[in-house]
Structures are given as C-alpha cells and as structure tokens.
Design a protein around this ligand. Sequence first.
Ligand code: ADP
Length: 327
Amino acid sequence: MSRIRKIGVFTSGGDAPGMNACIRAVVRTSVFMGLEVVGIRKGYQGMLDSDFWDMDARSVGNIIHLGGTILKTARCLEFQTNEGTEKAFKNLKTKGIDALVAIGGDGTARGAERLSSRFEIPVICIPGTIDNDLYGSDFTLGFDTATNTVIEAIDKIRDTAASHNRLFFVEVMGRDSGCIALRSGIAGGAEAVLLPERETEIDELIEKLSMDAKNKKTSSIVIVAEGDKSGGAYHLAKLVTEKFDFYDVKVTILGHLQRGGSPSSFDRVLASRLGYAAVKGLLSGENRQMVGLRGNSVVMTPLFEALNNTQFKLEKDLMEMVSVLSI
Ligand code: ADP
C-alpha cells in the first residue's frame, strides 16, 4: 500500500503547449485513484509563496485544448539557495503534500531532483519543453505543436517567396537544440537548415543557393535555429546579400508565437499518457524518475541519468535529407 495521500503538481520554466492536457491527466488520475491533488501555481515560486490550489476533477475541465498552463509558470532563483529549497519543502509539508509531479524542462527537473534528494519527497518529472532537448523521452511536450506552428508559418512565407524570387531566412526557437529547426525544415521543404549543433559554413550555403538558382529555383527558404553559432538570421542574411545578388533576401523571426496555440493531437496524447503514468508510478513507489516515451512505450528513466546525458537528438537521416530533397 502506498503512503501517498496528497500529490502536488506544478509547471515550471518555459511554457509549452500540452502542459494543460498533462495537468488534467495528473489531476484526474489522482482523483480516480482516491488521492487528493494540489496545484502549485508558478512552479518553485509558488512553493515558496504557498500558492496552492486544492483541485478536483472539475478544476481541469475544458483545458485539454488550451496552450500555456493554467497553473502558470515562473523562473525562481530563490529556490536554488539552500534556504529556498528548505522553505519550499516546509511549505509543502504544511500543506500535507507528500509527492510531486513536476512538468517542465531540464532546469525544472534539476530543481525536483535537488528537492527530492535533500528532503525525501518522492517526485516524478514530465518533460515539457518545445525544444525536445531532454534525455529519457523521444519527444517532449510541446515540440510537435511548436513544429506545426513553424510549418504553418513557412507555408505562408513560401507563397510570398515564390511570387517574388525571394530568399527567406526564417529564425526558429532553439538556443541549444536544433530539433525544431530540423523537423520543420524537412516538413516545410527548406533548402537549408542551420543548427546550433553544427558549424555553419557560409561558403557552402552560398554555393548551395547558387546551385539552386542555376537549377532554376526561383525562391528558397533557409531555417535558422536561434542558437546557430554564425550570428543569427539577420547576420546571415547580410553576409549572403553581400556575396549573392540573385534573390531578394528577407528575414522572418518567428519568436514567441512558437510557444502558444492549441496542442496537437500528438502532444495531447503524449501529455495524457505521461501524466497518467506519473501518478501511477508514484503510487507504485517510483521516485526521482523522468517519465517519457521511447519507441511508443512509456518508460521511466532515473533523473540523475536523464540529467547527466546529453543525448544528440537530431535524426541523422533528416540531416542528410535536407540537401537531397531540396535539389
Ligand atoms: P526549464 O525547466 O524550462 O529548463 P529553467 O532552466 O528556467 O527552465 O528552470 C526552471 C526553474 O527550476 C528555475 O527557475 C529554478 O527555480 C529551478 N532550477 C533550475 N536549475 C536548478 C538547479 N540546478 N537546482 C535547483 N533548482 C533549479
């Protein structure tokens, strides 16, 4: 028999579409299992402020389709101090919370590991970040939706690019991770994809664009991840314009619109599976785990393993394909 009676759930760090569907799954699975469930608003900040919400099955009605997070999210430096972590734990205990489900990125998981290992409170983390940069899950919550948002934008940009012989540099999110750039580049039919994980050779890019022009291409789209080391979309556009005058060069920075919007069916199902598995995992005695999806199976990975692995997540076949499919 589990001694867990009351579960706390929170979202933290960067928001991602699918977080609401995940909160819903955690709350409803908990209620179904006869547990009490407390929403903690604004992540670790809410623990420090005792910003708690006693939730029931109806608290999460009509949210499965909403982007963002009804529990709000925040970044909280105070929690990272010894005093802050202790205060958070004391507030959780005062509220009677005896286990946690944390939904967020790697910072959130690091915080959860710290809290759990210092104060023996069981915790399961659910990877929620549009960047898809966590080990332990093939996909993170929000990545599929964000990529779909990028593709929608690329499709629109393509219309104007094709009408004017334009070369567009489209900058997408991903400071350290090229996952959004690569997937959206393939799905959007981009001529090149520039990633933080790989050096950008400007000369190679110009040669590729010149070849395309010789091959009677009249417009091109280059996807640039924001963490690309060569200086970002505006800088690249300037360099290319200086050496290459065939196209009218334009830049679009997609920015925060990539974080919003209604989650895709993939993200809603992923969120539901991981939220459900997290509660069941806690009840069966799992602790300090990252619950994720690998090869369409829900699996647990110890947090220390998930956080100490820098998995190269970019699919090699997709990287090779970009230039082949855009001849
Ligand atoms: P994400 O979860 O999206 O990666 P952050 O990196 O901003 O977002 O982390 C979210 C919050 O998690 C931070 O504001 C902080 O409160 C907490 N956190 C991050 N890293 C650590 C750490 N090493 N130790 C304790 N808490 C951390």
